[in-house]
Ligand binder design. Structure first.
Ligand SMILES: *[C@@H]1O[C@H](CO)[C@@H](O)[C@H](O)[C@H]1NC(C)=O
Ligand SMILES: *[C@@H]1O[C@H](CO)[C@@H](O)[C@H](O)[C@H]1NC(C)=O
Length: 190
């Protein structure tokens, strides 16, 4: 009995030490093991969804917030900045099941070509990804058949994430101001 109690005490101490936060308030950094962090094997996930960029109509989810005085004199609106809160769905139809939103901005950052600077987060709401985000920072050559943008990080189940997103245009309606992009995201995470 006494032995079991001692074992339990040692076990508790190990648990306590392994979960110990920085104890010394003057300590700035320390080595930390992946095991302490509860990180096991790195996984590779593939996500597939459709991104709805709605600029027109009564409920746009992409709005222009800035441009340069000279923006209209460039072939691809150099200097234009849009803020987005675009819907992500499982199917290509806007009314199909929502899996998240793309929130952030994109800007025309190429004086002579169609090249957007994309800076946004995928904020997922579906299943085990609910509440988790992935951060995209990259160049989107919108007129190319297939484009690629880096995934530079994430939160929630996507902590320590890195990877890339491939995208192609599924539908483009310039009159309506509506574009649907098909996304394939490949991401390493724990
Ligand atoms: C999307 O779904 C709605 C409602 O189910 C339907 O009326 C519409 O035709 C669909 N659009 C496309 C492009 O399939
Ligand atoms: C996602 O999480 C939110 C907040 O915790 C919750 O209200 C919502 O029902 C969840 N959605 C799904 C699809 O699990």
């Amino acid at each position: 009995m006494a032995r079991a109690t001692t074992n339990l005490a040692i076990f508790s101490l190990i648990i306590f030490l392994s979960a110990a936060p920085i104890i010394n308030s003057q300590e700035f950094s320390r080595k930390f093991s992946k095991r302490e962090m509860g990180m096991k094997r790195e996984k590779l996930s593939h996500l597939h969804f459709y991104f709805h960029d709605v600029l027109g109509g009564r409920n746009p989810t992409a709005v222009r917030v800035a441009q340069a005085a000279t923006t209209s004199s460039y072939p691809y609106k150099f200097g234009e900045v849009l803020i987005i809160d675009d819907r992500l769905t499982v199917g290509p139809n806007l009314s199909s099941k929502v899996v998240g939103r793309a929130q952030g901005m994109y800007a025309s950052a190429d004086v002579s070509d169609a090249g957007l600077l994309m800076v946004f987060n995928f904020a997922f709401v579906e299943g085990r990804f609910n509440g988790s985000t992935l951060s995209v920072l990259g160049r989107n050559a919108v007129l190319s058949a297939a484009r690629e943008m880096p995934i530079v990080g994430g939160s929630g189940v996507f902590r320590f994430a890195r990877g890339y997103a491939r995208t192609q245009t599924h539908l483009l309606d310039l009159k309506m101001g509506y574009a649907v992009e098909e996304y394939d995201v490949y991401v390493f995470h724990y």
